[in-house]
Design a protein around this ligand. Structure first.
Ligand code: FES
Length: 438
């Protein structure tokens, strides 16, 4: 394992480009960052009844997420215990059990092995079906109707991982006491670029908005005069914490850039009463956020997304449109279209961002390029308790959350993970025991 202390200097705000290009570091990242962190799996609306399932990834590991016969949400490694084939190949569906299409082993919704073709062939082996259940995540939890899980049995619970971040998430995902739902399925696309470029930007980078999105802002500006009159130089705050979470938001009520029917739908006085004026004038506006390591969201667009790592140079972006459950049909449709137009794969803002990340990645393998440190010094030392927002915040235009993101990343990269400290044989209790019911 590589000591990354020399690659991330959060005190000075300098980052070595190798963290985006080095293949050894990428493997270490899978084993120490993705294997230990809480990762986003999907929305509860994707699982209505027992037997419903969808498939996704935790890092590069394929997983099945399902509801068992008791209605509990469960998540299993989507890899057969026999020869390792993918058990389920569909993106989503409904089933009574999971049958591997290679040789036909089958598991029930609770992950127990229930059928082995020609099982008498194992008569002389030390073979017990109980030892060959699907590998289950160590912990699974739901917050704001979002499903998260971790392989790490020692991870602090999700509530602790989120900490003060929940205050900010609630401005988007807790607006409606009835909860949230999703519309329009999941949009998935592949992009050249290391996953951290996207996760970091959503956590910390308001700075790029005026330049990268200048033409998009002109199109969307009510006066057509663009960013100078609308969103540029807007006051705001950026929250960051030691666990790598970050969010930024303008604090000017006119900084909302939302679909008109959505804007008109909200009773802002009622929201101020319930969520507090600071939240309504702040994180409920045109903000951005990342929950460490690779879950991000945009409140005004109703966009949640996960940046799946696909090798050091590539990511797969999965994006959902999240709605308040109480929204009427016309408002839901307005939100769906608005999200697609702005942050769908061909959205006018998404295009700008994707172009930047791919461009950065495409030149990062050059030898000379890779010797020049990157600058994350904006707002250095400006973090403080501002007396309004929980936790530490800095100015909106700041790299504070980026520095914390990479500090957390480096901390995990330099710490032996739970699976390294105690080697467990395949199929043992720690690897297969079920998490607490959800
Ligand atoms: Fe799945 Fe053989 S690989 S049953």
């Amino acid at each position: 394992n590589v000591d990354v202390s020399g690659l991330v200097d959060a005190q000075s705000g300098l980052i070595d480009r190798a963290i985006f290009t080095d293949r050894t570091l990428y493997e270490q990242e899978l084993a120490r960052v993705f294997a230990t962190s809480w990762l986003f799996l999907g929305h509860v609306a994707q699982l209505e009844k027992p037997g419903d399932f969808f498939t996704t990834y935790m890092g590069e590991d394929p997983v099945i997420v399902t509801k068992d016969k008791d209605g509990r949400i469960r998540a299993y490694l989507n890899s057969c215990r026999h020869r390792g084939a993918r058990v389920l190949r569909a993106d989503y569906g409904k089933t009574r059990n999971f049958t591997c299409t290679y040789h036909g082993w089958s598991w029930d919704l609770g992950g127990e092995l229930i059928s082995v073709p020609n099982e008498n062939g194992y008569a002389n082996a030390d073979f017990d079906r109980d030892d060959w259940g699907l590998i289950e995540v160590a912990q699974l939890d739901v917050v704001y109707d979002l499903i998260f899980a971790t392989w790490n049995p020692e991870a602090p619970d999700l509530d602790e991982q989120l900490g003060n971040m929940k205050y900010y998430m609630e401005a988007f995902l807790g607006r409606d006491p009835a909860g949230t739902t999703i519309v329009g399925g999941i949009t998935k696309w592949v992009l050249k670029g290391n996953w951290k470029l996207a996760a970091e930007q959503f956590g910390t980078d308001w700075y790029h908005v005026n330049m990268s999105h200048a033409s998009a802002l002109m199109v969307m500006s009510p006066t057509g005069k663009g960013p100078k009159e609308s969103i540029a130089n807007t006051p705001g705050r950026q929250y960051s914490d030691e666990r790598g979470n970050g969010t930024g938001f303008p604090t000017h009520p006119k900084s909302r850039f939302d679909a008109q029917p959505v804007h008109e739908y909200y009773d802002y006085d009622e929201l101020r009463e319930r969520l507090g004026a600071a939240r309504v004038e702040g994180p409920l506006t045109t903000g951005h956020a990342t929950v460490f390591p690779n879950f991000s969201y945009l409140p005004v667009n109703g966009s949640i997304r996960v940046w799946h790592p696909k090798g050091v140079d590539e990511m797969e972006i999965w994006s959902w449109t999240v709605l308040d459950k109480s929204m009427p049909e016309n408002v839901r449709e307005a939100q769906r279209l608005y999200n697609l137009r702005t942050f769908g794969p061909s959205g006018i803002f998404e295009q700008d961002d994707g172009e930047n990340w791919s461009e950065v990645q495409s030149i990062s393998h050059g030898w000379r390029t890779n010797t020049i440190p990157l600058n994350y010094q904006m707002g250095l030392g400006s973090e403080r308790h501002d007396g309004v927002y929980p936790g530490e915040t800095s100015e909106l235009y700041s790299d504070a959350a980026g520095r914390k993101f990479y500090s957390r990343w480096a901390e995990l990269m330099n710490t032996p993970a739970w699976h390294e400290r105690e080697q467990r044989p395949p199929g043992d209790a720690a690897a297969t025991s079920a998490p607490a019911p959800v």
